[in-house]
Design a protein around this ligand. Structure first.
Ligand SMILES: NC(=O)C1=CN([C@@H]2O[C@H](COP(=O)(O)OP(=O)(O)OC[C@H]3O[C@@H](n4cnc5c(N)ncnc54)[C@H](OP(=O)(O)O)[C@@H]3O)[C@@H](O)[C@H]2O)[C@@H](O)CC1
Ligand SMILES: Nc1ncnc2c1ncn2[C@@H]1O[C@H](COP(=O)(O)OP(=O)(O)O)[C@@H](O)[C@H]1O
Ligand SMILES: [K+]
Length: 499
């Protein structure tokens, strides 16, 4: 997994690379400028595009000046450079790049107060402030950022949108550039994955600047980004002499009169993800639908006062999707919490029951997996004002109770009992449709049933769920369509190894 680092750690990686590879800071900046320009020119190949580059006087501004020179040398003819010179301080690399800019015949304009001139460029490159941000942005910088956010130009930020806080709580009132594209150096920054960054970051791309990989991987960090190769390493091919018993038996306790679809989606996801057997425990009204839609799935009919006498025959159990909240269902779930010998996947209504009975948290089998969305999470663990706060709480609760918490969003956070936070990169807004979480629960329980470790089941389920959704060729991805694609998508990820 990719080790995600704080701004301070990335600065240390810069310095380490400079001393180890015996390259100068100015040369590293040049590498960064070239890597940025390669991506930028792919996005904007038209050399007549009018481009204004706004530079601060630190190293982010130094990058901006080097990028201006690169663009000019590559034949971009309509380049203008604006320097926000609000203090007397300037970094040596900034000064050096300012001198080099004269070589390509670009004369920068200096901005010294908030008397900004109109800006007609089609593209603005934002190189005002980078990871050296040391305090909230105020004064002329704030005014300039607010000015740039109002003009119609597309904004491409260098490394981070100016004013962006790379880790810790994001202040919604902070002055920050609203970028269309952020081209970031070496590593995505931790807060790129937090929902509050949505205003500042529409999308980002990574420019490799050759920092020492070993050093980056060796830094202490709780945040890891899941990559395709991690998933490929975990997935096991199905062996020739395997049979349905090899792949486990998943039980789905779900569904009520009004929300039977949740049970059907969850059970189908379990089957399509490869469990040997899937049983859905549903009310009698769901039986006809289940048999008609998914004949592969067995049913246990849940009449009033139903209790399980044979829980031990299931290799994995999921509870909650569309289950409904009644005295009967609470009793059923309580029984499972106390009796199950295998980790449970707890979702939807079962999570809401848990939030009223927090004493169950300690009683759940170790490595049980909770799959809350934001509202379910706050119902469980209290109201949070920021996602950073939510993730901090998830780390604490996962450790205290030896649980895995799958906190769902655009980038789902999979929080492990040891405090590790694995961030899932896959998925798309086409997946924001009711029923999508039910499918995720079915996929996770399926991997558990097949014998994967709970932490691996959570990673596989979440990554592959998002992968199926992001590749769906349509404006929305209906959960019932996603579910049919799961087997093909798993073999696509596995490549030649799928059998
Ligand atoms: N060789 C390398 O290291 C490489 C670095 N690279 C690039 O360097 C960037 C980091 O550069 P950096 O450290 O110089 O910081 P940067 O973001 O330009 O700003 C610092 C200046 O801003 C000031 N300032 C801070 N907060 C402020 C505020 N709220 N409002 C107003 N001013 C504020 C601060 O002042 P001070 O805090 O000292 O008062 C200082 O003067 C990084 O993002 C990447 O783009 C790449 O080229 C790769 C190689
Ligand atoms: N914009 C998005 N980008 C990526 N994934 C998304 C997006 N919107 C929703 N999802 C995914 O879809 C699922 C929705 O789950 P949930 O809210 O529990 O749905 P439901 O309760 O309707 O089943 C989560 O796994 C979430 O990560
Ligand atoms: K910037």
């Amino acid at each position: 997994m990719l080790n995600l680092l704080t701004s301070t750690q990335i600065r240390q990686a810069d310095s380490h690379t400079i001393s180890k590879d015996q390259i100068s800071s100015i040369d590293l900046m040049e590498t960064a400028a070239v890597a940025f320009t390669d991506i930028f020119t792919n996005q904007y190949p038209q050399k007549s595009t009018s481009i204004s580059i706004y530079c601060g006087t630190g190293n982010n501004g130094g990058d901006g000046l080097a990028i201006a020179r690169q663009l000019k040398q590559r034949g971009y003819s309509a380049i203008s450079v604006k320097i926000a010179r609000f203090t007397d301080k300037a970094s040596p690399e900034f000064d050096a790049n300012l001198k080099r800019l004269a070589e390509v015949d670009v004369a920068p304009v200096e901005i010294k107060n908030d008397n900004f001139e109109g800006e007609n460029a089609v593209v603005v490159i934002d190189a005002l402030l980078g990871t050296g941000l040391s305090r909230p942005v105020e004064g002329y910088y704030r005014a300039l950022i607010e000015f740039l956010n109002k003009i119609p130009a597309k904004i491409v930020s260098v490394d981070i949108p100016s004013g962006f806080c790379c880790e810790d709580h994001i202040d919604p009132k902070a002055a920050v550039i609203h970028s269309d594209l952020t081209i970031t150096f070496q590593l995505p920054k931790i807060n790129f994955f937090f929902p509050e960054s949505g205003a500042a970051i529409n999308r980002f791309e990574i420019a490799d600047i050759g920092l020492d990989e070993e050093f980056l991987a060796g830094q202490d960090s709780h945040f890891k980004l899941i990559r395709r190769e991690d998933v490929q390493k975990i997935l096991r091919p199905r062996k020739q002499f395997s049979h349905k018993g090899t792949f486990g038996h998943g039980l789905i306790v779900a569904g009520s009169d009004q929300t039977m679809g949740a049970a059907l989606l969850c059970a189908e996801a379990c089957m399509q993800t490869g469990a040997g057997l899937t049983t859905a425990c549903i009310p009698p009204q769901g039986l006809a639908g289940l048999n008609a839609r998914i004949p592969e799935i067995m049913a246990i009919i849940r009449e009033r006062s139903f209790t399980f006498t044979d829980l031990e025959k299931y290799n994995a159990i999921a509870a909650g999707p569309g289950l409904g909240y009644s005295e009967e269902t609470v009793k059923l779930i309580k029984d499972m919490v106390l009796k199950s010998q295998v980790p449970l996947v707890i979702d939807a209504d079962a999570l809401n029951m848990l939030s009223q009975r927090l004493e169950w948290l300690k009683k759940l089998p170790d490595y049980s997996i909770l799959t809350p969305h934001m509202k379910e999470f706050d119902r469980l663990f209290g109201q949070h004002n920021t996602w950073w706060g939510r993730v901090e709480t998830a780390k604490k609760k996962a450790a205290e109770n030896q649980l895995i918490i799958v906190l769902k969003n655009r980038y789902t956070f999979i929080v492990m009992p040891d405090g590790k936070v694995c961030i899932n990169p896959t998925g798309s807004p086409s997946m924001s449709t009711g029923g999508m979480g039910d499918v995720l629960t079915g996929m996770i329980v399926s991997f558990l049933a097949q014998g994967y470790e709970p932490k691996d089941a959570a990673i596989l389920g979440t990554y592959i769920h998002g992968y199926c959704g992001e590749n769906y060729p349509g404006y929305i991805c209906p959960p019932s369509a996603l579910v049919k694609n799961i087997p093909i998508k798993i073999s696509e990820i596995m490549g030649e190894n799928w059998l």
